[in-house]
Design a protein around this ligand. Structure first.
Ligand SMILES: Nc1ncnc2c1ncn2[C@@H]1O[C@H](COP(=O)(O)OP(=O)(O)OP(=O)(O)O)[C@@H](O)[C@H]1O
Ligand SMILES: [Mg+2]
Length: 491
């Protein structure tokens, strides 16, 4: 059984396949053949491996997706469509591993499928010995994962057994937004100064040009004459797709350009940028409320209960890959600079932070306390937490909105405008959304905010109607109209 993959209709994907860069990214419109090309990469790289001492070419790749459902329904499906297990090897569903032996004689390629919403997958990822890794729909995956993976690739097979071989990370994605980590990495080349320094200091082994380290492959617009993969799409695919879509949507999904759009169901349809986003600064005399979310991407929201009962969120501290220790240090530095020691703080955190880390016997609360911050564990119940925020979004105090968000809180703001959302579930005929919001760069600081607000607004809520009892604004919510009504131009 052979696989034939034709690049004739997709020169960008051919360039991608011919590049040996350590970190490669494909960005392109919907249906442009990205995931297929990334799948073929596993086969190509696996077959090009040197033989180990026993004569077998072995390699191991992680295939990563943000959620388990999407991993199962999309990513695994694509891989198995190109390399069906009945012809090429053995897929062990319980372990999410696919051992491919049928591509060429004496060639063994192990594929490990991992989803970021499964904690067991994350801890596994951090200890894997890999040849390489593919991140599917990379804009949904925190950059911390890309960074962690860099230490895991080129580890299998051991060079002592096989000699040197190509290793690397490749990613494909629909366009992320223009202040994403992807944008900073591939467009701004944020890594270049440290790359150059490492080269100057001779710390990187064989010398490498920057384009051998990172390369982005950008596919042309689906609406252009150069559109790729048209041959494998139904006639008029992009034209039909564009019908009735907002300009921003077309720009991202058809033209393949950077952009930002709300998808799924907003967690807070009550938020109005025009009403709630105001440049109000904290006042002297009331405590500063800092609330924290832990995990791979710790975040902190800084709020204040104003004397008239309004809740002001005036700042946020977010991270992409940081230990709790480092993060707390950042919070301290930030607050020392901002408040000059003249204020009192109240601190609330995700109660899950009281679990001890595997690497370190201390909890996040211990770590913070060692740096002088005493944090109260807050309330876990996600619905109650969200409802605490929602309540203030709906309430007026002396004719003013009870909730105020300072525009400097960019991540929270984007979350309110659409980044913090519940995913549409693939249930035929009915419109249903995931119970919990998707874990995205916007969700962590929103969680953080809730841990603070739930302390103030939860008690009154326990008998109040829950979110489900409110009219369903979400699915019909016109994000584009809201954005154009408001002054918001921040993307
Ligand atoms: N070289 C090829 N030969 C035959 N069919 C192909 C080829 N490349 C892609 N296809 C088919 O085109 C369709 C779209 O491909 P694919 O899913 O890889 O695109 P994508 O860019 O990942 O799409 P999405 O943006 O939806 O994730 C699929 O049905 C796939 O099987
Ligand atoms: Mg795809």
């Amino acid at each position: 059984m052979n696989i034939t993959f034709d690049y004739d209709d997709a020169p960008t994907l051919l360039d991608f396949a011919q590049s040996d860069a350590r970190i490669r990214g494909i960005r392109g419109p919907l249906g442009s053949g990205k995931s297929s090309a990334c799948t073929i990469e596993i086969a190509q790289r696996g077959m090009a491996m040197p033989r180990m001492q026993d004569g077998v070419r072995r390699s191991r790749y992680a295939v990563i997706r943000n959620t388990f459902t999407e991993l199962r329904d999309t990513t695994i499906r694509t891989v198995h469509q190109w390399m069906p297990p009945q012809y090429f090897g053995k897929f062990v569903e319980s372990k999410h591993s696919y051992m491919i032996k049928g591509l060429a004689p004496a060639t063994e390629i192990e594929v490990l499928y991992l989803a970021l919403d499964r904690p067991e997958d994350i801890s596994k990822l951090l200890s894997l010995e890999l040849t390489g890794a593919w991140i599917n729909e990379a804009r949904e995956v925190p950059w911390a994962i890309v960074e962690a993976l860099q230490g895991r690739i080129g580890r299998f097979p051991p060079v002592s057994n096989s000699g040197p071989y190509w290793h690397g990370i490749w990613m494909d994605t629909n366009p992320p937004d223009s202040d994403s980590a992807w944008y900073r990495f591939f467009e701004k080349q944020a890594w270049l100064p440290s790359f150059q320094q490492a080269q100057r200091e001779g710390k990187m082994g064989p010398s490498m040009r920057p384009e051998e380290y990172a390369a982005q492959f950008v596919q042309p617009s689906g609406a252009s004459d150069e559109a790729e993969n048209l041959r494998n799409l139904k006639q008029g695919y992009y034209n039909e797709l564009a019908i009735g879509k907002a300009k921003e949507w077309v720009k991202i999904y058809i033209e393949g350009d950077y952009g930002f759009i709300a998808e799924g169901k907003l967690v807070y349809p009550e938020y109005s940028d025009r009403i709630h986003c105001q440049a109000v600064d904290p006042v002297a005399g009331s405590p500063i409320i800092r609330s924290y979310d832990w995990g791979l991407t710790p975040a902190c929201a800084l709020s204040q209960m104003l004397p008239d009962g309004r809740w002001l969120v005036f700042d946020e501290i977010v991270s992409e890959n940081m230990s709790a220790d480092e993060f707390i240090q950042n919070v301290n530095e930030h607050c020392n600079k901002a408040f000059n020691g003249q204020v009192t703080f109240e601190d609330y955190g995700d109660p899950a932070g009281s679990q001890r880390a595997q690497t370190d016997k201390r909890t996040c609360f211990d770590i913070a306390e060692a740096q002088g911050i005493k944090i109260e564990p807050s309330i876990q119940d996600p619905k109650l937490r969200q409802e605490a925020v929602r309540k203030t979004l709906r309430t007026l105090v002396n004719g003013e909105p009870q909730f105020i968000l300072h525009p400097r809180c960019q991540v929270l703001r984007k979350g309110f405008l659409g980044g913090y959302k519940r995913r549409r579930l693939q249930v035929p005929g009915v419109e249903r959304y995931s119970e919990q919001p998707d874990k995205t760069i916007h969700s962590h600081v929103h969680d953080a905010l809730q841990y603070g607000m739930v302390q103030y607004f939860a008690p009154a809520l326990t008998n109040a109607p829950r979110e489900d009892d409110y009219p369903d604004f979400g699915s019909g919510y016109d994000y584009a109209a809201e954005a154009s009504r408001s002054e918001y131009t921040g993307y």
